[in-house]
Structures are given as C-alpha cells and as structure tokens.
Design a protein around this ligand. Structure first.
Ligand SMILES: CC(C)(COP(=O)(O)OP(=O)(O)OC[C@H]1O[C@@H](n2cnc3c(N)ncnc32)[C@H](O)[C@@H]1OP(=O)(O)O)[C@@H](O)C(=O)NCCC(=O)NCCS
Length: 144
C-alpha cells in the first residue's frame, strides 16, 4: 500500500471508487468537489494505491482551528485490510505537522454502521448537532 497526494489523473478512478462506496449524492458534484479541493489545501487530499490501482481515498482539510475529513472510502474488495486505518493515520500525521489540534468528521444518519470503524481507529462521538447551509448549488439532479 502506498499513500500519496491526489493527482488530477486520478479523478476518474476516485469518482468510481466513491460511487462504489455509496458516497455520491445528487446535490454534490464530485468533479466540482475535486476541482475545489485542488485549489484549497490540495496536499491533504490523499489516495491509497495498491498494485497500480487506487483502493482508498480521504479528502482532508484544516481551517486553522480543526481538521476535517470527507470522502473516506476503501474499495469494497480491499476492506478490512488496513487501508482505512492507514490513510487516516497518514492524514492525522500531516495535520499534526501543521499544528492541527483536533480532527472532526460527519457521518450521515443512514450510515451509522461506520461509527464502529471510527471508534476502532480512535474516534469518539461528540455531543454536538451538525448544521450546514448550502452556498452554491451543484446542479447535477439525478446523476447519481
Ligand atoms: C469505513 C471504511 C473506509 C473502512 O475501511 P477499511 O479499509 O475496511 O478499514 P480497516 O481495514 O483499516 O479497519 C480498521 C479497523 O476497523 C475495523 N472495521 C472496519 N470496518 C468496520 C465496520 N464496518 N464495522 C466495525 N469495525 C470495522 C477493522 O476490523 C479494523 O479493526 P482492528 O484493526 O482494530 O482489528 C470502508 O468500510 C468504507 O469505505 N466504507 C464505505 C464508505 C464510508 O462509509 N465512508 C465513511 C463515510 S463517513
């Protein structure tokens, strides 16, 4: 397993992986999400390669107060093999290196089974409500 920073030529494989992993939603255009990430904090968007194929991703970020992770995915054929833990560890090391004191993440209410995985790799449930407001609509209705 080799973990490295995302490159533009990975785009197609990464979107296919997100699709297989059930992470795509009609209100998020993955191409746009990738393009935006390439212009802000691109060095925290990581992929895990094995045998020349991308088997894992995590899109990390740091806002100067908290680190964040999105788009954590491991290819269904490679799960339970340590890729999820390894790519999160790599992101954590990179966040520590820039002085980030804590990392946050959100889990969709229809994906609560993943909470056990996060607990296994050291995360705890924070007693907070997550809120958001859409600022730019990504108009890809019905695409995924
Ligand atoms: C969550 C996910 C990234 C885990 O990746 P993975 O490569 O299978 O995880 P690892 O093999 O590194 O597992 C690390 C530990 O968690 C455990 N684990 C993995 N998946 C688990 C699950 N679904 N439930 C409980 N424990 C789990 C492993 O057994 C391992 O335990 P141990 O090392 O302490 O013995 C992967 O299941 C996935 O892509 N899921 C779909 C996408 C998703 O839901 N992403 C998160 C959105 S918030």
């Amino acid at each position: 397993m080799h973990i490295r920073v995302f490159e533009g030529s990975d785009t197609e494989a990464v979107i296919e992986l997100w699709n297989k992993s059930g992470l795509l939603r009609p209100w998020n255009d993955p191409q746009l999400d990738i393009l935006r990430k390439q212009s802000v904090g691109a060095d925290l968007f990581l992929v895990c390669e094995q045998g020349g194929r991308i088997i894992g991703t995590v899109m990390g970020g740091y806002d100067g107060h908290r680190g964040w992770m999105n788009y954590l995915a491991v290819d269904p054929e490679h799960r339970q093999g340590g890729c999820g833990r390894a790519i999160i560890s790599s992101l954590e090391r990179r966040l520590i290196a820039v002085g980030c004191p804590k990392i946050n993440l959100q889990v969709r209410t229809d994906n609560t089974s993943v909470i056990e995985f996060y607990k296994r790799v050291g995360y705890t449930v924070d007693e907070v409500s997550s809120m958001g407001k859409r600022l730019i609509a990504d108009s890809v209705p019905g695409q995924y």
